[in-house]
Design a protein around this ligand. Structure first.
Ligand code: ASP
Length: 361
């Protein structure tokens, strides 16, 4: 899909010729935020050109706002790596002309998309804020206005004294919390507080004031944005459970052409020691599959070797994922394998922090 999709200027309180007013781009991808009910009483995505008529609060904002609606809005359960590559290219295409970006996205896979964009946009120096809603815009008690208006405020924010960019990274804002893109997890499908920041403090909280947690925001030396264009799709997630059989493990790890697998283990990275299980892992590692060990626990980290039940994983070549989330791990596998580097470098990249997805011990 081409990157020169049309932009729609939204009327706001900012003077269009005032170069000091932050210029923000809203990328609309779909999701509940813009859904309507069809004849079968199901929620389906709709085209969203009339955002300003449904959200009149936008007109009061002191920002210059433009909207880019993807031609085919989707329920985010249908998102694919191709959508992430397109979003990254669109942000790259418009990067120089905007101060910040807000991505309107369905909540179901928003954490995956925020993590994927974090990896694809290397040396990001401007805010990219994902948000959405649990109740569509325009409906009674919708959370769309609150989420979008605060996401825009975050995307426009600068340090009060230095006037430098406040959030030079991908974030996800929802309800009252701004979460790093590589740390978000959807934890709730009914309540408004739908996301949690896993193993890392929130980057900001929105109450009466918008309070940034500046010391948790990544500040890297300025460099030119590099938009990566490749994701490896031959990856899998294998979640262990007591009673998992050799047939299941063998089927997943034996997928022809498989390049990488997130192994969701127990506790601090523990797994069965049954010979058939170790054999399946050994065969996969020997055939070049990179296995990343991620804990099913929501807090804490993988420490391969703490228990006998994880010591053998290192010997087999399984890579410890530390405190990475499954969402960040699977997108990191796609990203790193997409780089096409040699084995030593691939292992190094997978086991080290790239975008704030792993905390130092
Ligand atoms: N199924 C919807 C989606 O992810 C849910 C939502 O947006 O809240 O697109």
């Amino acid at each position: 899909m081409p990157t020169n999709l049309p932009l729609l200027t939204l009327p706001t309180a900012a003077d269009a010729t005032d170069a000091t007013a932050p210029r923000l781009l809203i990328l609309y991808t779909g999701g509940t935020v813009g859904m309507v009910i069809n004849e079968r009483q199901e929620l389906v995505p709709m085209h969203f050109e009339k955002l300003d008529s449904q959200l009149p609060e936008l007109r009061q904002l002191p920002y210059r706002l433009e909207l880019l609606a993807l031609p085919q809005p989707i329920d985010s359960s249908n998102v694919t790596p191709a959508n992430w590559l397109l979003l990254a290219r669109l942000i790259g295409h418009h990067y120089a002309h905007f101060d910040g970006f807000v991505v309107l996205h369905g909540t179901d896979t928003m954490a995956y998309s925020a993590a994927a964009l974090s990896f694809l946009l290397e040396h990001l120096g401007k805010p990219v804020v994902f948000t959405g809603a649990q109740v569509p815009v325009g409906r009674t008690r919708s959370d769309a206005a609150r989420n979008l208006l605060t996401a825009l405020e975050i995307a426009a924010a600068r340090h009060p004294r230095a006037h430098t960019v406040r959030l030079p990274e991908v974030g996800l804002f929802f309800n009252d919390v701004l979460i790093r893109g590589t740390r978000a997890k959807k934890v709730e499908s009914q309540q408004f507080a739908a996301f949690k920041s896993e193993n890392y403090p929130p980057l900001a909280r929105a109450g009466i004031n918008l309070d940034f947690n500046d010391k948790s925001i990544r500040l890297l030396p300025a460099a030119r944005l590099h938009v990566h264009q490749q994701l490896e799709e031959k990856v899998a997630v294998l979640r262990l459970f007591p009673g998992i059989t050799e047939a299941v493990v063998g089927a997943v790890l034996g997928v022809p052409g498989l390049r990488g697998c997130v192994l969701e283990t127990y506790g601090s990275g523990n797994a069965p020691t049954a010979p058939w299980f170790l054999d399946c892992l050994a065969k996969a590692c020997a055939s070049g599959v990179y296995i990343l060990n991620v804990s099913q626990c929501e807090e804490g980290r993988v420490v391969q070797g703490r228990y006998e039940t994880s010591a053998h994983l290192t010997d087999l070549g399984v890579i410890g994922g530390d405190d990475i989330t499954t969402e960040a791990a699977i997108t990191k596998l796609m990203f790193v394998l997409g780089l096409g580097r040699g084995e030593a470098e691939t292992r190094h990249l997978l086991s080290h922090d790239l975008r704030g997805e792993i905390s130092p011990v």
